[in-house]
Design a protein around this ligand. Structure first.
Ligand code: HEC
Length: 167
């Protein structure tokens, strides 16, 4: 009576084994016409510091020239930022989104404005934004429907937020 029981066990083991192998088979890359690579893979491939220096992002902003900081524009930008961004961003502290302090040293001005104006596409296609989106647990950066002029004013305000002022 011992042998049949062993057989049953053995059969069970084999069939479970087969079951798992056949499942694994479905995950083969040869099948990837219908599947996209996970965001994490794509993001890690191309997001690095050198890219950040050149990455202008994706959106309406192609070229921004920065001059001296314009205090009037800063003030306008701060008003917009306080009304539309502080729900998720604190100037010097990570909150629902990243802190903008020091951002201008990490990103191009074009990238920052495109992230403000076109976040939906940025988090899907721009390697840096994709990585951020993942880091922030897929909470999307909100499109607050700013005009280009408003986004430019916010950028001016962000320029005044230095990482070294962090509290
Ligand atoms: C609903 C919450 C929310 C609001 C409102 C919001 N953001 Fe964001 N923002 C995020 C999150 C979350 C991220 C991180 C990227 C992601 O997850 O998509 C982000 C990322 C960013 C980034 C990129 C930061 C970096 O470190 O590169 C900038 C710039 C930015 N936001 C600016 C703004 C501005 C300016 C406003 C207001 C007009 C604003 N955000 C409003 C949630 C928000």
């Amino acid at each position: 009576m011992k042998t049949p029981r062993k057989y049953v066990l053995l059969l069970l083991l084999i069939s479970t084994g087969l079951f798992f192998t056949s499942c694994g088979g479905d995950e083969k890359p040869s099948d990837n016409t219908s599947k996209k690579a996970p965001t994490s893979m794509l993001a890690k491939k191309s997001a690095n510091k050198t890219d950040a220096k050149n990455d202008k992002g994706i959106g309406p902003i192609k070229e921004v020239t920065l001059g001296e900081i314009d205090p009037k524009l800063v003030e306008q930008g701060k008003t917009i930022y306080d009304a539309k961004c502080t729900a998720c961003h604190k100037p010097y502290k990570k909150y629902i989104g990243p802190a903008p302090a020091g951002l201008i040293e990490r990103r191009t001005p074009e990238w920052i404005m495109n992230m403000i104006l076109n976040p939906e596409e940025m988090v899907k296609k721009d390697p840096i934004a994709m990585k951020l989106f993942e880091e922030y647990l897929f909470v999307p950066m909100a499109n607050q429907n700013l005009t280009e002029d408003e986004a430019r004013a916010v950028l001016e305000y962000i320029r005044t937020l230095k990482a070294s002022d962090k509290k």
